[in-house]
Write a protein that binds this ligand. Structure first.
Ligand code: URA
Length: 204
C-alpha cells in the first residue's frame, strides 16, 4: 500500500465526507462541488454509481437526475425509499462533458470509496452500471448478462457482497432493461426490510 491507497485523513475525516480534495486537476476544473454519498451511515444497502452528472453536480447529491427518478421508482415498487438506502459514486466530481471517469481518477477516488464502504459496512453493495461493477470486482463485467448475480469483493481488509445491476439510465434507452433492473432491485430489497433492517434471516 502506498500513500495514494489511503483516504487522505484531512480530506475525509469521517469516512463519508470528502473536503477540498484536489487529486484530479481536470475534475477540480470541471466540478462545481464534491458530491458525497447520501443516506444513512448504517444502511444495509449501499448503491454505487459511476460519477456525478450535471444535475448531481448542481445539487450536490448522487442520482438526482433522470437516472435517480428511475432508481426512486424501482425502490418504491419494492417498498423502499431513498431514506432507507445509501447512494454514492466511484468518483465524486463530475467529469467534463459527462465522459467516463479515467482509470487514474477512479484510483484517486478509491480510498474515499473504500473508507465509505468500510464505515457503512452494508449487507450488500449494489453496483449501478459497468464502471462500478468492474471497479469493485476488478475484472471485466458484462452487466446485462451478469445483472442479478452476487459476488464477493475485497475492499481494504474486508470482504463485501456485491450485487451487479444495469445502470438505471439503461432502462431509458432500452425498455427491455426495465424488467432486469426491477428484478435486481427486488433482489436487493431482500437484504433490507423495513427501515433498512435485513430480512435475510427470514429466508430459508
Ligand atoms: N449516474 C451515476 O453513475 N451517478 C450519478 O450520481 C448520477 C448518474
Amino acid at each position: 500500500m502506498n500513500d495514494s491507497d489511503d483516504a487522505d485523513p484531512l480530506a475525509c475525516m469521517d469516512g463519508l465526507t470528502v473536503t477540498g480534495c484536489e487529486r484530479c486537476p481536470e475534475l477540480v476544473d470541471s466540478r462545481s462541488r464534491i458530491v458525497d454519498g447520501t443516506g444513512p451511515a448504517d444502511a444495509d444497502l449501499l448503491f454505487v454509481g459511476e460519477a456525478p452528472g450535471a444535475t448531481e453536480d448542481e445539487r450536490g447529491e448522487p442520482f438526482v437526475g433522470r437516472s435517480g427518478d428511475v432508481l426512486d421508482d424501482a425502490l418504491r415498487d419494492v417498498g423502499l425509499n431513498r431514506a432507507d438506502i445509501r447512494i454514492t459514486n466511484c468518483v465524486r466530481c463530475r467529469p467534463p462533458d459527462n465522459r467516463d471517469p479515467r482509470q487514474g481518477e477512479l484510483e484517486n477516488c478509491r480510498p474515499y470509496l473504500n473508507a465509505e464502504i468500510q464505515r457503512v459496512d452494508p449487507e450488500l453493495l449494489v453496483t449501478l452500471g459497468k464502471v462500478p461493477a468492474e471497479h469493485l470486482l476488478g475484472r471485466d463485467v458484462a452487466v446485462t448478462g451478469e445483472a442479478g448475480e452476487v459476488y464477493d469483493a475485497s475492499v481494504g481488509d474486508s470482504v463485501q457482497r456485491v450485487l451487479v445491476s444495469v445502470h438505471p439510465a439503461a432502462t431509458l434507452y432500452d425498455p427491455s432493461q426495465k424488467e432486469t433492473f426491477a428484478g435486481v432491485i427486488k433482489k436487493a430489497a431482500a437484504y433490507a426490510g423495513d427501515g433498512g433492517q435485513s430480512t435475510l434471516g427470514s429466508f430459508d
